[in-house]
Design a protein around this ligand. Structure first.
Ligand SMILES: [Zn+2]
Length: 469
């Protein structure tokens, strides 16, 4: 496998430190509202990465942190008039529901920054940095990281710090490239923090956002991590700061492979509340799209390319999934047949067609190449089925292949129970057909369709499938 490493700006062969183990850290959401579809693009890319690594025999241990204390969560809880813990709890819960809707595999660990063991780890790290004179407490009582002590600062983002004018200290978690300055590790309490504060050797206060990730990552995964992911907007200053803090504490290389996913746009524009094109996952679900369709739309563009999210793209995702479902249904049916065909034309056991999907993903998660392989296989085998040339044994091999492919894609249909009303109509239709009442049978078929179900006649009787519209 090879991945594009943001640090070197090159494709690099992937070799984890202790194979088959892969230690992976992914920056998670700030739980001050519902995550938006741009966030989920990154989480789905990370899910695809984990699943492909697992398909290749790696044992992935993934951490996704929850930022439950920072400028935004504090502002949010104060506006809502709720304690911070109560305020963030509702969004943590909602986030887990959203992950489930999008079929994103749960991480092995979901640490939250305010858990006592992580707060104390943050304090330990800051104290260590202070002892080495890399951190200092300023007049405002906050503790800052002294950038001049870490010459590699800016290497991940490929910033030339000499060209950027240092601007003193930066108290906020997020700042622009132009204002490179010593960043806050520990923020002294101020009035805007309300009752959110912890005791520390520097007085009451709270951690900066960047140290949260360094502490949780090293606490759970150790000093050296194989893969660290996030969106491109995390590169600077957040990931740059994570490297500086972690490496100054451990003296080891923090991360071997940095992987970042590109921006998401909506209908060709930057997603923003003022343009009215800002969507949470829930907004899109409320418009009648399924988690599976949204997953398809978000996964199907290579992660390093900007993704233009459109409703036309969701419609294309819907029909692509229908195509897959129909094909799976056909090969499954063919696989149950007893008689072999006389002139089999499709050799699904051929290693070439089987492995193309996975080898495409080995190449820096080339999902468009992988999906191209899938649809090529669908086209070929549908043709063979049309001509009665797909042998049942070949169909069964295809089902096995599809199960392996789908373990990476996560495209299986939602399991739905057939409503009693639909079952009753299907029973009536069976009676109508038994008495050769074709007009009645068609009328009932339309009634079933009106309820969102499709009925097909197979040699094993009627088959009901949910229409995904
Ligand atoms: Zn982070």
């Amino acid at each position: 496998m090879q991945f594009y490493n943001t640090y070197s700006r090159q494709l690099e062969a992937f070799t984890p430190l202790n194979p088959p183990a892969v230690k992976m850290y992914t920056c998670g959401p700030t739980v001050y509202n519902h995550a938006h579809i741009g966030n989920f693009r990154a989480y789905i890319f990370e899910d695809l990465l984990q699943r492909q690594l697992e398909a290749r025999g790696h044992k992935v241990e993934r951490v996704m942190n929850l930022t439950d204390v920072d400028d935004k969560t504090i502002r949010g809880c104060r506006q809502a008039g709720m304690p911070l813990v109560e305020f963030t709890k509702q969004f943590k819960q909602a986030f887990f529901e959203d992950l489930n809707v999008l079929r994103i595999k749960p991480a092995a660990h979901f640490p939250a920054a305010t858990e006592p063991q992580y707060i104390s780890k943050m304090i330990t790290m800051i104290a260590q940095l202070e002892k080495a004179e890399i951190a200092y407490q300023a007049d405002d009582k906050s503790v800052y990281f002294r950038l001049g002590k870490f010459p590699d600062y800016g290497r991940l983002a490929h910033l030339n710090l000499d060209e950027l004018r240092p601007s003193g200290r930066v108290h906020n978690d997020e700042y622009e490239k132009e204002s490179v300055g010593d960043f806050a590790l520990w923020k002294a309490w101020d009035e805007a923090d309300g009752d959110v504060a912890w005791d520390s050797p520097w007085g009451r206060g709270r951690p900066g956002w960047h140290i949260e990730c360094s502490a949780m990552a090293t606490a759970l995964l150790g000093d050296e991590i194989d893969i660290h992911c996030g969106g491109v907007d995390n590169i600077f200053p957040h990931h740059e700061a994570e490297i500086a803090q972690s490496e100054c504490c451990t003296g080891k290389k923090f991360v071997r492979y940095w992987m970042h996913c590109a921006h998401l746009m909506v209908e060709g524009q930057k997603m923003s509340k003022s343009l009215g094109n800002f969507y949470t996952l829930r907004d899109i679900l409320a418009k009648g799209w399924t988690g599976r369709e949204i997953r398809y739309a978000l996964i199907s563009v290579n992660y390093r390319l900007p993704l233009n999210f459109t409703f036309g793209g969701l419609a294309a995702a819907r029909s692509a999934l229908q195509r897959i479902d129909e094909w799976v249904g056909r090969i499954a049916e063919c696989g149950t047949r007893k008689a072999e065909v006389s002139k089999p034309s499709f050799d699904s056991a051929s290693e070439q067609s089987n492995e193309g999907f996975f080898t495409a993903l080995d190449d820096d998660l080339n999902i468009s190449g992988a999906l191209g392989q899938l649809f090529e296989t669908i086209r070929e085998t549908n043709r063979a089925l049309d001509n009665g040339e797909l042998a049942p044994a070949a169909a069964r091999a295809l089902i096995d292949w599809w199960n392996r492919v789908n373990a990476v894609l996560g495209f299986e249909p939602d399991s739905v129970e057939t409503p009693a009303e639909v079952l009753a109509l299907a029973e009536q239709r069976k009676t109508a057909r038994a008495s050769k009442d074709w007009a009645g049978s068609d009328r009932i078929r339309d009634e079933i369709a009106a309820l969102g179900w499709q009925v097909k006649d197979t040699k094993d009787g009627q088959k009901l499938t949910k229409l995904s519209v």
